[in-house]
Design a protein. Structure first.
Length: 403
């Protein structure tokens, strides 16, 4: 049991420009060049990720690829290699898990570590963060940003403040002064509609927002937004990154930096999340028939949908098909979305066979391909194998560069 006198100590770890960094690590000739991972120029689609060199041109994730190409025609445009990123992600998460058993992976490139009470073991928190960064860089060649705080939200904000390759610690007693340096637009989880409303109200800073009584804030912004802002401006955790009941379900979700309502882009994000969830399910030795979708809209309203199918889910493509169906059942396209998540529940151990199923459909074949890729990646350990269906679905082409 933990000593109640220990102060909460949460680390947030973020792999900097992860997809692009993996591409640069795998191909050193790409280092220093603007890398755009996503759809191909001349095709419909969006930027999934980009290097910091590309960001200097104003390129960011979710940007239409046509706009990215206009801004940076000399960039190197690469297809998404999700299996490769998942393989590298596993390497990093294994390193992080050696520091604490209390790790929560929230996406392919982010995790929280609860290191409460470990200062006697590892030393000061800042030194532990430096050790984390050194260990990941030495063993994988990748840079991580580390944020340290008394809760998940402040740890996440600390990471954002230090990017790229940063290390920032925020203590409970310095939370207000830290947050006062943050622009309203940089508060993680704040949406465009809320920012517009704050501008209309001539509220321009975190300090000013903190000084408004919550009943008044609720009258001005509504209960959902006011509750969120009252929590985060006080340095409290609003519960964005909730724990999942690991024994019975697993999920992956993403909170967009800016609210979105482009269906094709959101479906693309869902595809990536489906691959993350299927990877984790296979790695954990689970199987499931039940899919759950989570949506949070710009006004903080959260809805969910669930569907149980008749057979075990066999592939990320099948999971994505069900996810898109659930998305259509809860969203007509007009309301901006701030968070999307996909999960599998009622997990059962693979060894718990109930009745032999003979897969004869396309999803079954894809599932066997995914399983084979996963097993070969585990054996080879270098992530050289990538399932082509994801690349076709995402890009439909080979890697390309600008003229």
């Amino acid at each position: 049991m933990r000593d109640p006198d220990f102060r909460p100590l949460i680390f947030h770890v973020d792999l900097d420009a992860f997809y692009a960094s993996v591409e640069q690590r795998d191909n050193p000739s790409l280092k220093g060049r603007p890398i755009i991972v996503g759809a191909a120029p001349g095709h419909r689609g969006v930027v999934s990720a980009c290097s910091y060199e590309a960001r200097r041109f104003g390129i960011h994730s979710a940007m239409p690829i046509s706009q990215a190409y206009r801004r940076c025609p000399q960039g190197v445009y690469l297809p998404v290699r999700m299996e490769r990123y998942l393989d590298v992600s596993r390497e990093v998460m294994e390193i992080l898990s050696t520091f604490t058993p209390h790790m929560q992976q929230i996406s392919v490139d982010e995790a929280f570590l609860d290191l409460t009470g470990t200062e006697r073991l590892f030393g000061p928190a800042h030194d532990t963060g430096a050790k984390l960064k050194e260990e990941v860089r030495t063993r994988t060649g990748l840079a991580i940003s580390v944020g340290i705080g008394p809760n998940k939200y402040l740890a996440k904000m600390a990471t954002n403040a230090g990017k790229p390759d940063g290390l920032v610690e925020v203590r409970a007693e310095t939370a207000d002064s830290f947050l006062d340096t943050v622009a309203l637009k940089d508060l993680w989880g704040i949406g465009e509609k809320t920012l517009q409303r704050l501008t209309e109200l001539n509220i321009t800073s975190v300090r000013q927002l903190r000084g408004i009584p919550q009943p008044e804030l609720s009258r001005l912004l509504g209960q959902g937004a006011s509750g969120f802002l009252a929590a985060v401006t006080q340095g409290s955790d609003p519960g964005i990154f909730s724990e999942e009941p690991r024994s019975r379900s697993l999920s992956s979700e993403t909170t967009f930096e800016r609210d979105r309502k482009d269906r094709s882009g959101i479906e693309t994000v869902l595809l990536e999340l489906c691959h993350q969830v299927m990877f984790r399910m296979r790695e954990g030795g689970w199987k499931s028939k039940t899919v759950a979708l989570k949506l949070r809209f710009h006004d903080f309203t959260t809805v969910s949908a669930q569907k149980t199918i008749k057979h075990w889910i066999t592939s990320a493509d099948e999971l994505h098909t069900v996810a898109v169906e659930l998305l259509s059942s809860r969203w007509t396209g007009g309301t901006p979305i701030r968070l999307v998540g996909i999960g599998l529940s009622s997990l059962t151990a693979v060894e718990a066979q109930d009745q032999l199923e003979l897969f004869s459909d396309g999803y079954g074949r894809r599932g066997r391909v995914e399983e084979a890729v996963f097993r070969l990646q585990q054996k080879m350990g270098d992530g050289t194998l990538t399932k082509a269906s994801l690349m076709r679905k995402k890009t439909g082409r080979k890697p390309s560069t600008g003229p």
